[in-house]
Design a protein around this ligand. Structure first.
Ligand code: AMP
Length: 287
């Protein structure tokens, strides 16, 4: 696997691939890689001539009181995992290179970023859309593989790509879970053993709500309460449990097959998110 350690190197690498006629699949990440990330890399490799992953802990998507400085970083382990998933190259960069002095340009997506995580993390999506816009211009991929674990993020980025006529396709990929149902996340590393057990309430609540949906329950408030009660029962701090339209992310009063039940909660100090598309048949893939 090749390592492009800066923007100039990755531009050169990708343009060589292009000249050789390869299509390019791209997986943007913040590192601390796990099987969820690797599922995206494998799909990129299966569908494109070359697969490239970026690792960059993007400071602009963290709020002032969030976990930027302690976010897990382990390049050696990440590189090994990427090589094992047959990734062709890894691109790394730095805050200084991405946001040099004088940086003043921001990309924002409206409406879709107001609710769910956007309500409690008001500057988060501006950071995500700005860094992804930069990464897409730098790497110039044909397809970008993103996890539905961050359902709002994929929806926001699809809108950005559509509205800005970026010549690439966003490919949403299913959530990869631990054997017991917990959605894989780099932030799971923060959980102590007791929190790890309590964190299961998110996926358990979603599964119960989906079972209720499958039995005919359509009232959003009731489905939300099923998930919320489960989460609150383990002494987690609920941020939201909301049924939204799968395309517009608008809250729904009645659920339908495209509706998504999305949850976010703090278990201890760790903020976790998860979601289920209510009409999608289970089981959700696990690692
Ligand atoms: P992150 O490193 O957390 O910024 O995530 C990078 C990409 O991996 C994003 O597209 C995430 O949605 C995706 N991802 C993270 N966790 C999972 C998971 N459990 N299953 C599938 N994709 C995931």
């Amino acid at each position: 696997m090749e390592h492009a350690p800066n923007i100039r190197a990755v531009r050169e690498l990708v343009s060589n691939w292009r000249r050789a006629g390869h299509t390019i699949g791209f997986v943007p990440t913040m590192g601390a890689l796990h099987e969820g990330h690797l599922s995206l890399v494998r799909r990129a490799k299966a569908e494109c001539g070359r697969a490239i992953t970026s690792i960059f802990v993007n400071p602009t998507q963290f709020g002032p009181t969030e976990d930027l400085s302690k976010y897990p970083r382990d390049f050696e382990s990440d590189a090994r995992l990427l090589a094992s998933a047959s990734c062709d190259a890894v691109f790394t960069t730095s805050s200084e290179e991405m946001y040099p002095e004088g940086f003043v340009t921001w990309v924002t997506v409206e409406e879709l970023t107001k609710g769910l995580c956007g309500a409690s993390r008001p500057t988060h999506f501006r950071g995500v859309t700005t860094v992804c816009s930069k990464l897409f211009h730098i790497v110039q991929p044909d397809k970008v593989y993103m996890g539905e674990k961050d359902y709002q993020q994929v929806t926001v980025l699809r809108a950005m790509v559509r509205d800005m006529n970026m010549p690439l396709e966003i490919v949403p990929c299913p959530i990869v879970r631990e054997a017991d149902g917990l959605a894989m996340s780099s932030r799971n590393a923060y959980l102590d053993p007791s929190e790890r057990k309590r964190a299961l309430a998110l996926s358990r609540g979603l599964s119960r709500a989906r079972a209720a949906y499958a039995s005919g329950e359509r009232t959003a408030k009731r489905l939300e309460a099923i998930a919320a009660d489960e989460i609150l029962s383990v002494d987690a701090r609920l941020d939201y449990a909301t049924v939204v339209d799968g395309d517009t992310l608008a809250p729904l009063a009645r659920a339908n097959d495209k509706a998504v039940l999305a949850v976010a909660a703090f278990v201890g100090k760790t903020r976790l998110i998860d979601n289920h598309v209510l009409g999608r048949p289970s089981p959700v893939p696990s690692a």
